[in-house]
Write a protein that binds this ligand. Sequence first.
Ligand code: ADP
Ligand code: MG
Ligand code: MG
Length: 931
Amino acid sequence: MGSKAKWVYAFGEGDGSNKLLLGGKGANLCEMTRIGLPVPPGFVVTTEACLAYLKEGRLPEGLMDEVRTNLAAVEKAVGRRFGAAHDPLLVSVRSGSAISMPGMMDTILNLGLNEKTLVGLIEATRNPRFGWDAYRRMIQLFGKVALGVPDEPFDRAMTLLKKEAGVQQDVDLSAEHLQALSRRFLDVVREQTGQPFPDDPWQQLETAIAAVFRSWNGRRAIDYRRQFKITPQMANGTAANICTMVFGNMGADSGTGVGFTRNPGTGERAVYGEYLTNAQGEDVVAGIRTPKPIAAMAQEMPSLHSQLMDLAAKLESHYREVQDFEFTIERGRLWALQTRSGKMNAQAMVRTSVEMEREGLIDRRRALLRVPPEMLEQLLVPRLDPAFKGQPLATGLPASPGAASGMIVFDADTAELRGRAGEKVILVREETKPEDIHGFFAAQGVLTSRGGKTSHAAVVARGMGKPCVSGAESIVVDVHERVAQVGPAVLKEGQIITIDGSTGAVYFGEVPTVEVEFSHDMATLLAWADEVARLGVRANADAPNDAQRAREYGAQGIGLCRTERMFNQIDRLPIMQDMILADTREERIAALERLRPIQTEDFRGIFKAMDGLPVTIRLLDPPMHEFLPTAAQLELEIAHLRHFRETVDAMREAPETLKLLNPRLHHQYQESMGPVVATLTEFRDKHLEDPVINRKTDTLKKVKSLSEVNPMLGHRGVRLGITYPEIYEMQIRAILNAAADCVREGVDVQPEIMVPQLATVEELKRIKSYVDRIHAEVERSSGVKVPYKFGSMIEVVRACLRAARLAETAEFFSFGTNDLTQATFSFSREDAENKFLPSYYEAGILRDNPFEVLDEKGVGELMKLAIGAGRGRRPELKVGICGEHGGDPTSIRFCHHAGLNYVSCSGPRVPIARLAAAHAKLREAEYLAAE
Ligand code: ADP
Ligand code: MG
Ligand code: MG
């Protein structure tokens, strides 16, 4: 190292903005000192010194000299001397890194005490009890932190002493008791370490600094950093803050407490916190006595209360942020010991943002940027009552946020039945399928024992804004017995459970929840966000009521309406199945004609809900077999029906058979069996089961013929539209007719017809020709002009590469990043998430799940390529993204920079996306600098 390193900064000297070097606590102690707040004198030993210590295994050369110089300055300022026999200076040695890690690292108080300085302390305070108490605390804390002595022998000595003294609580111990205890504690240290307790204050100080540094690599601290993804760029090493001790336990005019400049639970502008008189800082945290609310201080110590209010006001006006601070009052004098930005819940964050902006404390930019978009989720879904403290019955994945209670049902039909009867139900399944969709509509929430955060259940529930817990593997669902086993417990259909899709917890019984509140403050903040953002936000919505809700969340249109969701409803599915099972084109068209009015009605509802805003409708996408039961299911049902037929036959023959066995029995039962046999014969002759068996056999044949090796890469999307034009034609007609109706009614409709799974230009042109033809027909028959746009989903790699030509026909692109990600990685999503992605994160091959956070380097490059080529051919080309990434703030930021016009996400994520879009705009410079 060339120039001499500087390891130590006095509080009056350090740069309050340099948290990386000084740690958060140290930087703020410097800052508070600089602006004239009452901080006990002290200095910071830097995080660089910590890193040097951890590397070399000893404190760097020259460090202790700097410590001595700085401590001399402190001695001068307070007029007391470290290690002196009269009125000695005591200090604390406190840890603190750039990112706050509450309780993860260590602090030692009352450093500098030994038998000699203790006498001086007692003499100066005229308080032997206080002196001995400080001493025994110091021995234990130093013993534990610096010398590695466990708490247990200290606690044992304490318990023993209390028994001998016949007292219950620590505070009942006299000075003599505490003196005896200190002696025992010294013995504990000697026994445990084989060394006497270090008497020399300087040795104590040096050892303590090293111990604080080591705590950076303590087990707790390492785990914490891993859990909260704290990288060395964010915080590297801890500082050691040496701070003059001030005592809150010197009588009734002393005390200690913690405060927030505003209420962290509600955001209300009122100092909030607690204090204890005659106590030390750690007592508040340890809960030894019940602290009083800060408001009570106005009566108890009015002049200190007003000093405290003054301190809070100064902190806020300086930091321009809600502060969370520690203070101590020593004999009527207030000291500030720590401050940091207050951690608040979402409600408080939103409210303080709006209010601080109005007060002129912060500008709009700051008001928006200080609220992390994801945080809004807390306000958009019902939550469990925060006061609830129960143990979960089982835990799965937090698949769709929000909490809900209801009775267990094991299948979608029952869910619908009970739901219609006005009952609250939770659909509990091993996993869900598209044909369960009506159960989702009826249920309050969904619980599955298998599947990840992107399983069918999770994706559909998120789309509907309903809570979902997926993959709760400890629950064994038995649909046939209609029970679910969780360890020794058995849950029956009809029993009440509560699921919390924000945490993955499942509880027995009904847990009270707190409802959603889309507050006035949130509306204000989001309106500011919309003013700033360049990127628009739309919602994915498949039904009129979803569209209505999306609008309430502030969606600027619908970016994805999945028409197949409409076919899955219970009254429509059979018609859809007729269509699929049709042997001829005529039969198929007949079924489609029955579906058309239903679809038209749905579109009309959606258009009306979105009056004045664009609605992007995707033509049928999934493979047809998704609308049919599985082969296994059908085989089972056919077997049951055949068995039933045989049973009826056997019963009919029962009387004759009985005769063979025992004529007397036959005689006895003949009378009663007669009518039964007659009914069965009649029943048998009607052959009621035959058509059912036939239909199921036909379906089975069809299911087998539709079965594909890779359905997701198979006969679906535009491929269906090409091979069965009548399906797409029906949908296009329904869209345009609904639009024509709306035009006549004066509704401003902006339909956008979107083709899925497109790979070639020719496919797009074919579908466009259907649209042109039908559009002309509709305009002719309705007599009104029907506006519409035509575009393509971009979710196939080849489509990205052919974007320029596609843009000749397509007026808009919408990236389907779920499929595009699968195609780019050649990962099938379910397999990836369930099998190998976790080990990829572990091994550091991938940092994020590419199905949750858009892969900018791969998928993102393809998108940029397609956008560039498409806009090159058609400059006004509108580009959006549907797909799960549209609601993810990191991905939204990328979309902003890639020049998309809008993102589309599930309704409840719209507010999050709106705020994220504003953040992307406000942080443009940062992003570009990092590029
Ligand atoms: P943490 O980061 O765990 O809050 P701190 O370093 O803030 O640790 O200290 C723990 C407790 O000791 C706090 O209550 C703090 O207020 C108190 N404390 C620390 N230094 C001093 C001091 N110099 N004088 C009085 N109390 C102190
Ligand atoms: Mg603290
Ligand atoms: Mg897709």
